[in-house]
Design a protein around this ligand. Structure first.
Ligand SMILES: Cc1cc2nc3c(=O)[nH]c(=O)nc-3n(C[C@H](O)[C@H](O)[C@H](O)COP(=O)(O)O)c2cc1C
Length: 347
């Protein structure tokens, strides 16, 4: 048993990465039931939905699991801050292609983070992982009072140090290979594109809490390498997103299954923040238009046509988030992914 296994009460130090918008109860529960640590992304969830989700997770597994929230980075806009019409007009061909009207801005883009935190603490998951920031002292105390472990996420050594100073119990060190958003909070994410192989040992040397390696790990070789670099756990996203238990659409799963090493890229156009995914019509047309609302305005805007495209099964109008190791993902069942990853753990 290493420190991470003891902290989280798990047999297998393999963490299912949370997927904001694409987590599923089935996948989170499958990983926890398999002895790993399932995480569920609560990005954009209202407090009521958070309560409902954690109750469903508890009903699906008696084993430990985490939920995940995005901390405010301080640069988020509200619908009143920016005139959104020019951005909506620029995206009109994508709304047309999805068969939806150009929407009118909502009253708020996201539920207040304070209310999300209250809901999570009230529901007492085994752990809360956070991205885009450092938990404040109040959150740390309230979480620890309730026996909830806190996990922070770093894209650089400086962020790992800041997280340790805030009192988190473990740190995910996420390299630039990872699928989804670059979760930097001290620097511009484009200036924090350290690869997993370089980042993990430098973070391990800089902090004393257990480090979980993330980004580009998709099979037993990646797990063995991460532990050789000093990690006490790994967090895997893309390889699990490909499985039938995930909430990805069939088109998204097929795009991951078909991806080669050079088939992902970083873009701001789908959400207003830098993230890694597979280019499709939406990404290309928004990159050409160059009209990208600041986060989370752009994420709301694309979310309107993405929802229609999800229902219609059109992968050309989705955010096809995936990491550079997509080409290593081989399995359609989460249990098979977990078995493959376990084979790389130190004996
Ligand atoms: C579709 C998608 C959504 C993601 N959403 C979140 C999120 O909301 N919070 C978070 O901490 N990480 C998020 N991630 C990152 C994953 O949890 C994980 O750390 C990452 O995928 C690991 O790299 P890999 O894709 O190379 O395995 C997301 C990744 C993907 C692919």
């Amino acid at each position: 048993m290493n420190r991470l296994q003891r902290l989280l009460g798990i047999d297998v130090p393999i963490v299912l990465g949370p997927f904001g918008g694409l987590s599923s109860i089935a996948l989170t529960a499958a990983v926890s039931e398999g002895g790993g640590f399932g995480s569920f992304g609560l990005y954009g969830y209202t407090p009521a939905r958070i309560h409902e989700t954690i109750a469903l997770l508890r009903a699906a597994t008696r084993r430990p699991f985490a939920v995940n929230l995005w901390m405010p980075r301080g640069d988020e806009i509200t619908p009143d801050d920016v005139e959104l019409q020019p951005f909506l007009d620029a995206a009109r061909p994508l709304f047309d292609a999805a068969g939806v009207a150009v929407p009118t801005p909502p009253e708020a883009f996201l539920p207040p983070v304070g209310a999300q935190i209250d809901a999570v603490l009230d529901a007492r998951p085994d752990a809360l992982s956070v991205v885009f920031g450092v938990p404040d002292a109040e959150l740390r105390e309230r979480a620890h009072d309730r026996g909830i472990a806190l996990i922070g996420t770093a894209t650089s050594v400086a962020e790992a140090r800041a997280l340790e100073a805030s009192g988190v119990d473990a740190i995910v060190a996420t390299g630039a290979e990872a699928g989804g958003h670059r979760v930097s909070f001290l620097e511009d994410p484009a200036a924090s594109l350290v690869g997993t192989f370089a980042l993990v040992p430098q973070v391990v040397d800089a902090v004393s809490v257990p480090v979980i390696a993330a980004g580009g790990i998709a099979d037993r070789r990646g797990v063995a390498a991460a532990f050789a670099l000093g990690a006490e756990g790994v967090q895997v996203g893309t390889a699990f997103l490909r499985t039938r238990q995930s909430a990805a659409t069939d088109g998204h799963r097929a795009a991951i299954a078909a991806a080669a090493d050079t088939d992902t890229r970083l873009t701001r156009v789908m959400s207003g923040r830098l993230a890694r995914g597979i280019p499709n019509r939406a990404m290309r047309e928004l990159e050409t238009s160059g009209m990208i609302a600041p986060f989370p305005g752009q994420n709301w805007l694309t979310g309107v046509f993405r929802a229609a495209a999800t229902a219609a099964g059109d992968a050309e109008l989705l955010s096809l988030w995936a990491g550079q190791a997509a080409g290593l993902s081989r399995f359609d069942d989460a249990g098979d992914v977990l078995a493959e990853l376990r084979a790389g753990l130190p004996l």
